[in-house]
Design a binder for this molecule. Structure first.
Ligand code: DAH
Length: 331
């Protein structure tokens, strides 16, 4: 019998067949298992030899099963590896190429535009102190205009910067005029709904030069050219506004790119879309950084807002979801 079993094991062609053979021999109702049950009928003096013989057979079957199993598993693994082999050098026409995130892409576009006008690109820390984020920008402590910014406060009076304007202050305090700079980067505000996220991106701009060299007309010209570069053939309108760090200040609108100024849901039926804030740098800001006899203009804008308008994205939050189906559209 044992010879026959071992041959059967040796001849088995798959793990499934092998398992069936194991059950046939060693299972609860297996042929060898049945032999063990016969033990009780064996005369006492033969019991030992009988049991020894059965155990030897059992060990042999076990060994044969294990050896065959190892072999069959190796063959199966080999076949699987062959089937799943990937030729990484092969050109795959279905592979998807990566794309810039629309926010990064828009930030790049704006940055490049101003670099071409000879603006430098400056950076500042994300965790700011009160002086750079507020005080030096003509926002003294307890000034009601601080409420415009939903500030995240850290320990020891530090804040997460609420705008990129503090980079103006840092730059003015580290170089001498003339200055022509932009500062792109993350800003943080305690706000979250379809048009606000707690982190977003701004670009700040600052130009400082001798008193007679800077006028509102310069600012207006640069903004109109910039906005028409970004949005195409749009109308640009300056509305008087208030920012603590500029005087006079303006908010700038473009004619609605969705309805061409006729009025639609996106522009709240006004025909205009607000896109940035700007103005002539307030004297108090120059005082805070120790500048005399200069004048300047500044501007600030939200990059996500630009990206949403350019790519016609409805919900700001979708820019932060990392949903590959959205991002895939910008390839
Ligand atoms: N810092 C302003 C904000 O976060 C944006 C801004 C407006 C910046 C006018 C400027 C400016 O430099 O002149 O809302």
């Amino acid at each position: 019998m044992i010879k026959e079993w071992l041959e059967k094991i040796e001849a088995s062609s798959s793990l499934e067949v092998l398992e069936n053979i194991r059950i046939e021999i060693l299972g609860k109702k297996g042929v060898l298992t049945a032999q063990f049950a016969k033990m009780k009928d064996v005369p006492n003096e033969q019991k030992k030899a009988f049991a020894q013989n059965l155990n030897e057979q059992k060990t042999k079957v076990h060994e044969a099963l294990e050896n065959k199993k190892t072999l069959l598993m190796a063959i199966a693994l080999n076949e699987q590896l062959k089937a799943e082999h990937i030729d990484v050098t092969k050109f795959n026409s279905t592979a998807k190429t990566a794309a810039f995130h629309p926010v990064l892409d828009t930030m790049d576009k704006i940055t490049t535009y101003f670099q071409n006008l000879n603006f430098s690109v400056e950076e500042g820390p994300l965790v700011e102190d009160d002086f750079h984020n507020f005080e030096a920008l003509n926002l003294p402590k307890y000034h009601p205009a601080r409420d415009m910014q939903d500030t995240f406060y850290c320990k020891d009076g530090a804040v997460l910067r609420t705008h990129t304007s503090p980079v103006q202050i840092r730059t003015m305090m580290s170089v001498k005029p003339p200055i022509r700079m932009i500062a792109p980067g993350n800003v943080f505000r305690k706000d979250f709904d379809i048009t606000h996220t707690p982190m977003f991106n701004q670009i700040e701009g600052l130009v400082v030069d001798a008193e007679d060299k800077i006028s509102f007309a310069n600012l207006k010209h640069v903004m109109v050219e910039f906005l028409q570069h970004m949005f195409g053939d749009v109308e640009v309108r300056f509305r008087p506004s208030f920012f603590p760090f500029t005087e006079p200040s303006a908010e700038v609108d473009i004619s609605c790119i969705f309805c061409e100024g006729k009025g639609c849901r996106v522009c709240s039926h006004t025909g205009w879309l607000e896109v940035l804030g700007c103005g002539i740098v307030d004297e108090n800001v120059f005082k805070a950084v120790g500048y005399k006899d200069v004048s300047g203009y500044a501007f600030g804008l939200g990059i996500e807002r630009f990206a949403m308008l350019i790519h016609k994205i409805g919900d700001l939050r979708s820019l932060f979801d990392s949903d590959i189906r959205l991002l895939g559209q910008f390839r």
